[in-house]
Design a protein around this ligand. Structure first.
Ligand SMILES: Cc1ncc(COP(=O)(O)O)c(C=O)c1O
Length: 431
């Protein structure tokens, strides 16, 4: 799956004015490369389709997919908000001068330090995950005498059509409090009613990731609005904000059926507008939290091939100079990718390869059963659609260094994150 502005010229892949193989030579491999026009284009689709005359629509980029200061600037200029889940995220956003009134803080086990920093930085909403956390924040806001707008994460119990590891709304999920647990909501409401500092603006849910079935989102919104209606009646509370999370799927393989993003977003907005007309609901702000769908299919990884090998069982292996340390997704949930030889897209003979990494695990397989021309030592191998949950989940496994990240736009290259050095690694060791 090529990115928005990737082209094939004379059997080689280009991004903007740059041959991918030249970028690989200059910036070394493994290398993450983002197509900036692709990200801009995706954001424009979100902005055009997620809009209403009846309430504010807010697009919160889920930074766990990938975060870098350069991306913060791009998102800020496009008017997006960002979610953060750690002190590291918050400090990066602060240093990048991202407006804190556009930051939402998540997490299912927020530390006292994290909550304190959120209060000090005055983020827009803290999304409370549990009664336990609400009690903790209640004490902190009293001590600091700081007011705090919150959303409360609920679990609507919706089975999204995706891998079990990225479903987040099953009944035994660790996230949020179940909408069916009326007793817990009595206690939650009691805390809000007695606190002069804590404000319950609304509810949040996130049903999973890489969801390619539009109706899952429609169902989620219906269930959440029914819950809000009931909650308002029982507790005499006005709920003004609904955040339905992210999870919008992207196309990884040619055989994937992609989510119709425009239709999904328009449908979600329509459901909320219609229910506001027919029910006692008054939603002022509707939020979504896309991560993967903003950056996933605009990012690629370049590797240098170390040659090929055929196993005794006749499996062809294309061996690259990266692997599970820069892309854990295949090992984590058997994700698969489409792959090309960037410097020779169409070879005359075709072979079926598994693209394998260099790390000491049998599961270190980047892509299975991909059809490529005959691979050679020093070929530049490109894995498509690695913009989400690859750099952000990368590791130093086997003493590897996290790769550099560059953004390409027309004839410009911006290095957004430097390649780690052995000195960086050594800084944390005690010799
Ligand atoms: C609370 C929350 N919001 C948003 C997202 C982003 O999901 P995605 O990248 O699939 O859009 C996640 C991802 O796990 C999440 O946990």
């Amino acid at each position: 799956m090529k990115t928005y502005s990737m082209k094939e010229i004379d059997n080689e892949l280009y991004l903007g004015k740059f041959r991918l193989s030249d970028l690989a030579k200059e910036y070394k491999t493994p290398l993450y490369v983002y197509d900036e026009l692709g990200i801009n284009n995706k954001i424009d689709i979100f902005k055009k389709s997620f809009i209403s005359d009846s309430f504010i629509t807010t697009i919160v980029y889920a930074s766990k997919a990938f975060l870098a200061p350069y991306l913060c600037k791009l998102l800020e200029n496009k008017g997006l908000s960002i979610d953060a889940v750690s002190i590291g995220d918050l400090l990066l956003l602060k240093q990048a001068k991202f407006p804190m009134e556009r930051v939402i803080f998540h997490g299912n086990n927020k530390s006292i330090e994290e909550l304190n920093l959120c209060l000090d930085l005055n983020v827009k909403y803290i999304v409370i995950d549990s009664l336990r956390e609400l009690k903790r924040l209640d004490i902190l806001t009293q001590e600091k005498k700081i007011k705090c707008n919150t959303l409360f994460r609920v679990n609507p119990g919706i089975e999204a059509h995706t891998h079990e590891f990225i479903q987040t709304s099953l009944l035994d999920s660790k996230f949020g409090e179940s909408i069916n647990d009326s007793l817990i909501f009595e206690k939650i409401v009691d805390i809000y009613k007695h606190s002069p500092y804590l404000f319950l603006k609304g509810f949040h849910a996130h049903i999973g990731s890489q969801i390619n079935v539009s109706s899952s989102f429609g169902k989620e919104v219906e269930v959440l609005l029914d819950f809000i209606e009931m909650f308002q009646k029982v507790n005499g509370y006005n709920v003004r904000v609904l955040d339905i999370g992210g999870g919008f799927g992207i196309k990884y393989l040619d055989t994937d059926t992609p989510l119709d993003l425009e239709e999904t977003l328009q449908n979600v907005v329509k459901i909320v507008e219609n229910k506001m007309k027919t029910r006692g609901l008054f939603i002022e702000e509707l939020l979504i939290e896309p991560g993967r769908s903003i950056v996933g299919d605009s990012g690629i990884t370049l590797y240098t091939c170390g040659g090929s090998k055929q196993t005794f069982s006749k499996k062809n292996l294309c061996i690259v100079d990266g692997g599970m340390a820069d892309n854990i997704r295949p090992a984590l949930y058997r994700a698969n990718y489409s792959v090309d030889i960037a410097n020779r897209v169409n070879g005359s003979e075709k072979y079926v390869y598994d693209v394998v990494g260099k790390y000491c695990e049998s599961g270190d397989i980047i892509a299975r059963n991909v059809i490529l021309g005959k691979v050679k030592d020093k070929d530049i191998i490109v894995t498509h659609s690695t913009g989400a949950y690859c750099y952000s989940m990368s590791s130093n496994y086997n003493g590897s260094l996290r790769p550099a990240v560059i953004f390409v736009k027309d004839d410009k290259v911006k290095e957004a994150i430097k390649r780690e050095t052995y000195e960086d690694l050594a800084k944390t060791y005690i010799f």
